[in-house]
Each structure stands twice: as C-alpha cells, then as structure tokens.
Design a binder for this molecule. Structure first.
Ligand code: PAF
Length: 287
C-alpha cells in the first residue's frame, strides 16, 4: 500500500499546501476524476516539470453528468489510483467527498459561454457548467500556481482557460498533450467500456482525423476533407455526434482553413461508448 498522503477536506488540503508555501515551494495541480491511466501520468509529469509540489485531485463530479450518463458506474478505485501514483512525484492526493465539494444548500454555479457553446454542449448541455463549477472550486481551494489539463478534452481546456481569464484566477493553465495507444486511440478512462470488437475498430477515429488534418494542411477544401473523414468513421461503425473544424484558440467555427491554427474535433459513439478526440491543423503560411 502506498504511503502517499490523501486528504478529503478543504481544510486539510489548504493546511498541507500552506505548509509547502511556507517552505517557499511552488505548487502545480492536476484535476482528475480518477481511473488514472498513462494519459494522467503524463499530465502529472508535466506538472512536476512546472512546480516543486504536485497535488492531484480525484473527484467524480456529479454535476457534470446528466441523469442518463454513467455517474453510478464510472470507475472508482482510490486505492488502485493511489498505487499508480506511488512512483510519481505527486506529494498529495485531494479526494473530497460529494458533501465536502457541494455542502448542503450549495447554490452557486459557474457558467461559461464562448468556447463552451456547441460541440459537447449539444449532446451534454449540462456538462460545462458542471466542469466550470468544480474546476473553479478546486482552483480556489488548492490555489496552485499552475494547473494542467489534457488536450484530449480540447473544448474543456478552452473553457477552463476562459474561466480563469474571466474570473482573473491567479493560476497558469498548461495543456498536456494527448497520450495515445500504439494504434492511435486516445487514452481515456472510458476505453475500458469498449468490447474487443469495438476496441479493434476504435483507432479509425484518430486515423480519419489525422488524414483530414494532413489533407487540409495540403490545401484540400475543409468540407471535402471532413466528408472523407465522416465516411471513414461511419464505415468503422461509429455514429457521429459532431465532426468540425474550429479555430484552435477561440473554438469559433471555421469554414476555410487559413492563416490561423485550426482544430478538428470529433465525438462519436461506438455501440454504447462515446469517444471524443481532436487534432491540430497547422496554420497555412503563404509561400
Ligand atoms: O477531465 C476531467 O477529468 C474532469 O472533467 C475534471 C477537469 C477533473 C473536472 O471534473
């Protein structure tokens, strides 16, 4: 059993972090919902490069799940997660209870417009208010210098950046690159829900995005490149929720690819499992 300290109250988390501050240490935070995998470990490694102490939060946040989603079955195993952190430089796990995070009568919600509009919000209208509220709470509770969020959840990253900017929260948001399986599938805690056959088909999602990105970078029309990708993803058995090119910074829809960096974002269902992914489309430079 790992001896990594775990605290479950705001008071205890603040006391530990205040101790680090008193000793002059900088602090980085990696917010997670647990079910840790290599993708989380790479965010933690990034956090450790940025600060002297790393706190990881593990909290399956009920307010970002709709009633029909997988809140009850979402994988939870604190001991196993703690074991996975044993050989990392994490100094503290903050694993609050739902009652600690949302005390009786909690009536404050943070909502973000702009980058939260469209894409994930169409199928999951509740989602970003839940994320923004819990992320605001975690950042206020732990007051890190730096917080690391994965590019795998690209829209979430953009929403968190906007939240931090608009509320002037004194924290730097750092993006961690997506970690992929050898066949290209983005690592996700939900990949465990894929059947063997679905797992075999799943890499088609990233392959189609990567080819669409290269095609756009080579000057192909956006709609043509997206149509090809759509056909390939559907041929692999997915039902697509969205597949779009957006501005990489603002997430505004892009009909043409030009001098600004783009991002192709997708959400698609394979059987009962909903996967998301995204890839960069480098800005076109005039020659
Ligand atoms: O990406 C996640 O795991 C969650 O959405 C987050 C940021 C920890 C908020 O609950």
């Amino acid at each position: 059993m790992s001896d990594l300290p775990v605290v479950s109250t705001v008071e205890d988390a603040r006391a530990r972090i205040a101790g680090w501050r008193a000793a002059g240490r900088s602090v980085a935070m990696v917010p997670t919902m647990g079910a840790l995998h290599a993708g989380h470990l790479s965010l933690i490694a990034e956090a450790a490069r940025r600060a002297e102490r790393v706190v990881v939060s593990i909290f399956v946040n009920p307010t970002q799940f709709a009633p029909h989603e997988d809140l009850d079955t979402y994988p939870r195993d604190l001991d196993s997660d703690r074991g996975k952190l044993a050989d990392t430089s994490v100094a503290l796990v903050y694993a609050p209870t739902v009652a600690e995070m949302y005390p009786d009568g909690a009536a404050t919600t943070v909502t973000v417009g702009g980058p939260a509009e469209g894409l994930e919000s169409v199928a999951r209208p509740h989602f970003f208010a839940g994320v923004a509220t819990v992320v605001a709470k975690l950042l206020i509770q732990c007051a890190p210098d730096v917080a690391v969020f994965g590019e795998k959840d690209y829209q979430q990253l953009a929403v968190v950046r906007r939240l931090v900017r608009d509320l002037a929260l004194p924290v730097e948001i750092v993006a961690g690159s997506t970690v992929r399986e050898a066949d290209g599938l983005a690592m996700s805690s939900r990949n465990v829900y894929l059947s063997a056959e679905e797992r075999r088909r799943a890499p088609a999602l990233h392959a189609a995005l990567a080819d669409a990105s290269s095609a756009m970078a080579g000057g192909r029309e956006v709609e043509e490149a997206l149509s090809d990708a759509r056909r390939r993803i559907e041929a692999a058995g997915f039902a697509i929720d969205y597949l779009e090119l957006r501005d990489a910074q603002t997430l505004a829809p892009l009909r043409e690819h030009g001098p600004r960096s783009g991002r192709i974002l997708v959400a698609a269902r394979l059987g009962a499992v909903r996967l998301i992914d995204n890839v960069d489309v480098p800005a076109l430079t005039k020659t």
